[in-house]
Design a protein around this ligand. Structure first.
Ligand code: HEC
Length: 170
């Protein structure tokens, strides 16, 4: 035990901090900023930028359709497009337009994790455009509506009141 304490103390002294296993390399500030983002349901954390469904459709076809289907109907990965109404026991659809309570989560999920081969690779404008395309395809916004940090939090999702919040005071 005493030996271990000395060894740790020496390692701390040598480098000024506890010696790491020296695997990989420290992440640059740029790399960290790609992952270090949180967008809240009310839109807090959304970056500047804008996009519409027309541009989003092109990007979707290039980067998403191979797994989610040509029109978001689902293929090897989940369906993204469905009827704009809450899920029911007869139709327990988890499509964005049916299940998701907040539109801001679409931007958040896509920007941090899609496409799976290159998460974080989409620009803010591209992510707003794809979000606009998915909202329009789910018939929640119009084809020409512009989606941005200002407009996205105002989009009301059909299943907005379909959840019971764990922090609600009784
Ligand atoms: C290589 C296949 C692949 C590609 C390409 C891909 N996805 Fe996905 N996507 C997945 C898989 C697999 C999941 C499920 C991941 C999970 O549940 O953790 C998923 C989940 C999602 C979800 C959440 C669905 C839900 O209901 O939980 C969204 C939204 C989404 N993808 C959007 C996109 C967008 C937008 C693109 C293009 C920029 C894209 N994906 C490209 C495979 C893919």
């Amino acid at each position: 035990m005493f030996g271990l304490v000395i060894a740790v103390a020496a390692a701390v002294a040598a480098d000024g901090y506890l010696m790491a296993p020296h695997l990989g390399k420290p992440m640059s500030a740029d790399e960290v900023s790609k992952w270090n983002k949180t967008i809240f349901p009310d839109g807090q954390g959304l970056p500047p930028g804008r996009g519409d469904a027309k541009d989003g459709r092109v990007l979707y076809a290039q980067k998403c359709a191979s797994c989610h289907g040509d029109h978001g109907e689902g293929a090897t990965a989940e369906e993204l497009v469905g009827e704009p109404k809450p899920p029911t026991p007869d139709n327990p659809s988890k499509a964005i337009g049916s299940y998701w309570p907040f539109a801001t989560t679409i931007f958040d999920f896509i920007s941090r994790s899609m496409p799976p081969s290159a998460p974080g690779s989409l620009s803010a404008d591209e992510t707003y455009a794809i979000t606009a395309y998915l909202l329009a395809a789910n018939k929640i916004i119009g084809e020409n509506d512009v989606i941005s940090a200002e407009t996205l939090p105002k989009v009301k999702m059909p299943n907005r009141n379909g959840f019971i919040w764990i922090d609600v005071k009784k």
